[in-house]
Design a protein around this ligand. Structure first.
Ligand code: SF4
Ligand code: SF4
Length: 141
């Protein structure tokens, strides 16, 4: 497992030539948004056996947890939990000392600035994951 990108709050993305994306960007600039400081996502090994699948079911039985497959075909475990450095106005209280992962986040990667979702497949509870396995004809026992 390794930690996935944490998205940091920064200024609006530069205009794109694509008009549709530009329209979307107008609606979703960073102003008033702090979503990228409100979760932690880590990469998971793709589940290949029953232990892996049972672990995913266990993850999904917890509140504020989701598992998703990104468009990079990697599996991720995400905890919805705000960073302790986030202030009430949505600003970083320790911006000068923010972790490297926050510094490296490229705002262009934010799905708030594109027409696509970050997730190809997303599970927010164990039932959804079980249905996915059924559809794939993967048995759980
Ligand atoms: S989630 Fe996207 S739009 Fe929101 S603050 Fe982060 S980079 Fe900006
Ligand atoms: S350290 Fe600052 S920039 Fe990084 S996640 Fe926390 S609030 Fe956001």
């Amino acid at each position: 497992m390794r930690r996935s990108a944490v998205r940091i709050r920064s200024g609006p993305h530069h205009p794109s030539k694509d008009v549709l994306i530009l329209e979307k960007m107008k609606k979703r600039n960073c102003s008033g948004c702090d979503e990228c400081c409100r979760y932690v996502a880590i990469e998971l090994d793709k589940p290949t056996d029953q232990t892996d699948r049972q672990n995913i079911i266990w993850f999904l039985k917890h509140k504020n947890v989701k598992v998703y497959i990104g468009f990079d075909n990697k599996w991720y475990l995400e905890f919805s939990t705000p960073c302790k450095e986030l202030d009430r106005k949505g600003w970083c209280k320790d911006y000068d000392n923010r972790p490297q992962i926050c510094r490296e986040y490229d705002q262009k990667d934010c799905t708030g600035h594109s027409l696509s979702s970050a997730e190809k497949v997303c599970f927010t509870d164990s039932k959804e994951f079980k249905k996915y396995l059924e559809k794939k004809k993967i048995k759980l026992s």
